[in-house]
Write a protein that binds this ligand. Structure first.
Ligand SMILES: *Cc1c(COP(=O)(O)O)cnc(C)c1O
Length: 355
């Protein structure tokens, strides 16, 4: 008898050949979560109140994103037609990739950086050019400017960068944008509230720039999944064409609005986290650990050859940090989220005997 043919579904090659995704850490609820750069002080009381007020009608109705955007846009100094909302920056990046990346195009990155840029580029069979930070963790500005001559389709930059924490100033960003007339430059400002540096105002004029922001980090809404994109209205129009009609839930939209009405919470927690970050940096340096200057709510540190083992040992004690071995190709580097002074002291006390 003839054997039946194997089930005949055929994924795109990028998925047939890709390794399975490494799972994100779970069961984190009761632990000291210094691993994913969330706001360790939670979210604004006004957000909790807005979520409690959500009516059955609001929950049973498709969310109205256009009017939500009209209310949110002024807080960012942009017009309605220059803004999109998405299910976090992760989904914003997918949308950008859908519109600008395909086989035969080139995507320019720095390395290490936020892994989702490469993830979406690989899924679309793009050619990837990745330029490394040097050992002093300096941004490869000159090599980027050279690579831009070849007119890559997209350049992704996280500013500040994750996991290095390094920040590009306006003069460097200006040079990059001027050298990239045919390249969409995506400036991911996930940590803007900590760095205080933004290029958003440039989207009114520049037609090669998209800026992304999130409510996951300083605003403490990571669990709700909401972020936004800002771009010249011609670019925004293209992105809107590719977007599903209801990309963000009503709860997330209501929470984002409430969060923008409670900026005092964000200001207060950012101040507290900056203080925690100083304690963390000084504490690590005092223990002889190399720390890199960071403009975000985390620091990159080099724990040396036993870095992964130390991170694992901390994990067993209920303290989570992010092992960055895979980002740097050698063990040692770890990323640690800054929290309150008390949380940082707890971390440093647990770390000292392990070094
Ligand atoms: C955390 C992070 C994100 C993810 O943001 P979401 O809005 O939660 O998807 C995006 N970019 C960078 C650089 C990040 O560190």
């Amino acid at each position: 008898m003839k054997r039946p043919a194997r089930a005949g579904v055929t994924p795109r090659r990028a998925f047939a050949e890709a390794p399975d995704c490494a799972p994100m850490p779970e069961n984190r609820a009761s632990k000291l979560r210094l691993d994913l750069n969330e706001n360790l002080l939670g979210c604004a009381p006004k957000v909790r109140a807005a979520l409690r007020r959500l009516s059955a009608e609001a929950i049973a109705t498709y969310p109205e994103k256009k009017s939500a955007i009209a209310r949110l846009a002024p807080s960012f100094g942009v017009r309605e037609d220059e803004m999109l909302v998405a299910g976090g920056i992760d989904e914003a990046l997918r949308l950008i990739a859908d519109v600008f990346i395909e086989r035969g195009r080139t995507v320019l990155l720095v390395d290490p950086t936020f892994p989702m840029y490469r993830f979406y580029a690989e899924q679309r069979d793009a050619t990837i050019r990745a330029l490394r930070y040097d050992s002093k963790m300096r941004f490869p500005l000159r090599p980027i400017l050279v690579e831009l001559h070849a007119r890559p389709s997209v350049l992704f930059l996280a500013n500040p960068n994750n996991p290095t924490g390094s920040l590009l100033g306006m003069p460097a960003l200006g040079k990059i944008l001027n050298a990239a007339p045919r390249t969409l430059v995506v400036v991911d400002e996930a940590y803007f509230e900590f760095s205080g540096v933004t290029i958003v105002a440039w989207i009114h004029r520049r037609r090669n720039l998209v800026v992304t922001r999130t409510f996951s980090k300083a605003s403490g809404l990571a669990g709700l999944r909401i972020g936004c994109m800002f771009a010249h209205r011609e670019i925004a129009k293209l992105l809107k064409r590719a977007q599903a009609p209801f990309p963000v839930g009503a709860a997330a939209l209501a929470a984002a609005e409430a969060s923008l009405q409670d900026r005092a919470f964000v200001r207060r927690t950012v101040r507290e986290i900056q203080n925690g970050k100083r304690i963390l940096e000084h504490g690590l340096a005092g223990l002889g650990v190399r720390v890199f200057p960071s403009a975000a709510n985390f620091v990159l540190a080099d724990f040396g050859a036993h870095g992964s083992a130390i991170a694992a040992a901390l994990g067993r004690r209920g303290i989570l940090i992010r092992d960055q071995t895979s980002s740097f190709g050698r063990p040692g580097f770890v990323r640690i989220t800054a929290g309150t002074a008390a949380q940082m002291r707890k971390f440093l006390r647990a770390l000292e005997p392990l070094l």
